[in-house]
Design a protein around this ligand. Structure first.
Ligand code: BGC
Length: 756
């Protein structure tokens, strides 16, 4: 039977309640022994457990238990496979049950605003729809095992630079459209047991004090039911936090703040009911875990290692291939680069896992009896000048080989929690070596191990590029399977690779001010910006190749009319036109055709991954609703899409759209219009409600126009443009309307707008 949390809270003293709102130590909540309330333990993740039995820390410094390191979010997002990440969540949920952990601290869903963010490897995507879907599925997977998650870092924490104090300044539209939806989708579709608020301020108020963020948006707008905890050390004003909807302060050392809560209740500045509310929210989660706790779950590290390998293979993105891949094992193959024997498979900081075993591509090749020569070439973990002797060795081996595979990437020191990257470069030694090797062997393949995009000045000189990201402890085996065609690459990029970092929309406002982070690019993040600017990029969002080919055809919609309350289904046929089985990622984007100002060209609103055998055709189905067409209209404090036409664009990459259709949307929502003489003729003509009234008036007014009929100097277009931007008050100045007519017009407009 579920524990009666309300009753428990009613039996607690004020001091006990205040103390429950602060952690006991780095990883535990406090117990209230008098009432038998137990502590519970959480642990970092999210792509494996970082359970610390001994001394706790939040930077991955001290040891944690031996666990299984699954691919990081940069990799899992590229799978575009919600079912797969759900299974990964289930495995982690089981591991938590076995280790008596109630919460795994993740997933981290902050948007990849800049490729330079040091923590990008932990985040899913530059696209909020994809990030939300992957997060919700992961959370449902973990929580199906009766273990909680903590979606983080809520919100607008998209850099490491002064992340603990910086003020993220963004318009509400930008926040609602880009930075919130990953959280919103996860809350609505998976109810994470906890939410972790970020360190930074949002438009001037710390996330941990922010009632708009934690109560209005999270609970009122989205219906959140769990509790909110701080990121480690993110508390600001503890008493305001209780008012704002911040339930738990982490990570311990909270005695001073516990006292402040007690004092505030006693002096009347804090309503005790709000402390009760916080305790109830915390205890509901505590008992959700204890009331459903599972004994006898075993953490089978070997079995989970195999799962980690299989997942990594789903994530690898084949960026380029002139046909050299898959490798022919009978050819003379040389591996160059220390990552071949020591892959970079995870990032640094609080998500760092003490991996049970790590397989390298070289180990896997040996285990499979492949004959591969190996030259170190450059070190995996250092950014130092190219060693001449190593270069000579590499070039000699490359000249003698049929195919060269260079294992390249970013050393740990370049990419970690706690700081951002200074640039998008790979170590110069690696760039030099790749160029030199490609010159002597045209069959040069590059495998990348990195958590975020890099500049690839040699991209046009090599035969193939396989992006493995930080693919977890099984990445070596997965790389082997993909290189030799035992598995067919099916990952697609969850982020754009710009040509150069300077092309990124946040470039002028990234890490420029210790106090303010200005999200000046608004909603134009990632492909939304590159599309709008028609800017060439190295690899576009959604791009990913395969060893087979696919043809998308026959786009059809269940109805070409959509309204506020209906949904439509979009179906597409996927045919495998090649010779091997493979998986295609079908992507559905939506674009506004009504000339609505300031909207991205297209936005991802659906995707489906499907496995198809050679010659076979399968149908995928995706669904759209009004929200998929809408932008956030600040004047309405609501999502809004004007009635009209929208295009549906389908392809296998954001820059490879092969199918297109249109739908009509009809909404009952009316965008409010002011009703005064500053209204322009154009605005009035664009609104179907006011259009008839104004059309008549214009016709009459034009007869009295001082500009006369259109002539050479004042053409029709110019007349129309002038009228379009003409405020009503100016019509009076030009004698096209008198005061009385203006008042009559405003009152007629007011009547149809419901403003009289
Ligand atoms: C990180 C969180 C992490 C916490 C606990 C913080 O520094 O930002 O992501 O969960 O530490 O380790």
């Amino acid at each position: 039977m579920a524990t009666d949390v309300k009753k428990l809270v009613s039996e607690m003293t004020l001091e006990e309640k205040a103390s429950l709102c602060g952690g006991d130590d780095f990883w535990h909540t406090k117990a209230v022994e008098r009432l038998g309330i137990p502590r519970f333990m959480m642990s970092d993740g999210p792509h494996g457990l970082r359970k610390q039995d001994e001394e706790g820390d939040h930077l991955g410094v001290n040891d944690s238990i031996v666990a299984v390191c699954f691919p990081a979010a940069c990799a899992t997002a590229s799978s575009f496979d919600t079912e797969m990440i759900g299974k990964m969540g289930e495995a982690i949920g089981d591991e938590c049950q076995a280790e008596k952990l109630s919460i795994v601290l993740g997933p981290a869903v902050n948007i990849k605003r800049s490729p330079l963010c040091g923590r990008n490897f932990e985040y899913f995507s530059e696209d909020p729809y994809l990030a939300g879907k992957m997060a919700a599925s992961y959370i449902n997977g973990v929580q199906s095992k009766n273990v909680g998650t903590s979606i983080k870092h809520f919100a607008l924490n998209n850099q490491e630079y002064f992340r603990m104090s910086n003020n993220s300044v963004a318009s509400e539209r930008t926040i609602r459209e880009i930075y919130f939806p990953a959280f919103e989708t996860a809350v609505k579709e998976s109810q994470p047991w906890t939410v972790m608020c970020s360190y930074n301020k949002i438009n001037g108020t710390y996330a941990s004090d922010n009632e708009w963020l934690l109560e209005k948006v999270l609970r009122e707008d989205w219906g959140y039911e769990g509790f909110v905890m701080t990121d480690w050390g993110a508390v600001d004003d503890r008493v305001q936090g209780i008012r704002a909807g911040l339930e738990l302060e982490m990570p311990g050392n909270t005695e001073v703040n516990d006292k402040k809560i007690v004092e505030a209740v006693k002096d009347g500045s804090l309503d005790e009911k709000l402390v009760d509310r916080a305790c109830e929210r915390i205890l509901r989660v505590v008992y959700k875990y204890y009331d459903n706790k599972k004994d006898n779950v075993v953490f089978d590290r070997d079995a989970d290692h195999e799962k980690a390998v299989a997942i990594a293979a789903e994530c690898g993105v084949l960026l380029e291939n002139n046909g050299v891949l898959p490798l022919d094992a009978s050819k003379k193959i040389v591996y160059i680069g220390e990552y071949a024997e020591a892959p970079r498979y995870q990032g640094g900081g609080s998500s760092h896992i003490n991996a049970s075993k790590v397989t390298s591509a070289l180990d896997s090749a040996k285990a499979k009896g492949r004959s591969v020569e190996y030259v170190k070439g450059f070190p995996a973990q250092k950014d130092e000048p190219l060693d001449k002797a190593e270069l000579d060795k590499a070039l000699k081996a490359a000249k003698d080989a049929d195919v060269v595979v260079i294992f390249a990437g970013l050393p740990d020191v370049i990419e970690s929690e706690g700081y951002d990257r200074a640039n998008m470069n790979m170590p110069e030694a690696q760039n030099e070596l790749i160029k030199a090797v490609a010159e002597v062997n045209e069959n040069t393949v590059v495998v990348l191990h990195n958590g975020s995009p890099v500049e690839t000045p040699w991209a046009d000189d090599v035969a193939a590029i396989l992006e493995m990201y930080l693919g977890g402890q099984g990445v070596g085996e997965a790389t082997d399977q993909l290189l030799y065609g035992e598995k067919n690459p099916s990952g697609h990029l969850a982020e754009t690779f710009p040509m150069r970092v300077q092309d990124n929309p946040s470039y002028l406002n990234f890490n420029t001010d210790p106090e303010i982070c200005n999200y000046a690019e608004g909603v134009y993040v990632g492909y939304r910006y590159y599309d709008k600017k028609m800017m060439p990029v190295r690899w576009a969002f959604g791009h990913g190749l395969s060893y087979t080919t696919f043809e998308l055809s026959n786009i059809r919609v269940s109805s070409d009319k959509l309204t506020d309350d209906t949904t439509i289904k979009v179906c597409v046929d996927v045919k495998n036109t090649g010779k091997v089985t493979g998986k295609e990622v079908v992507q559905l984007y939506v674009g506004d055709l009504n000339g609505t100002p300031d909207r991205p060209v297209k936005e991802l609103k659906g995707f489906a991954k499907v496995e198809v055998a050679p010659g076979e055709t399968k149908t995928v189905e995706m669904e759209l609703d009004a929200r998929a067409l809408s932008y956030y209209e600040e004047s309405m404090q609501d999502w809004f899409a004007p009635s009209g036409k929208y295009e549906l664009l389908v392809g296998n990459a954001s820059d490879n759209i092969t199918l297109r259709t249109e739908i009509n949307f009809e909404t009952k929502k009316v965008k409010p219009m002011r009703c005064d003489s500053s209204l322009t003729v154009g605005e009035l003509m664009a609104n179907p409600v006011t259009q008839p009234i104004v059309a008549e008036m214009i016709e009459k007014a034009q007869e009295d126009s001082p500009f006369g009929d259109a002539n050479e100097a004042v053409g029709d277009e110019m007349m129309q443009a002038m009228m379009r931007f003409m405020p009503l008050k100016s019509l009076m100045s030009f004698g096209m309307m008198n005061e009385e007519q203006m008042q009559q017009l405003l009152s007629a407009i007011g009547a149809v707008l419901g403003k009289n």
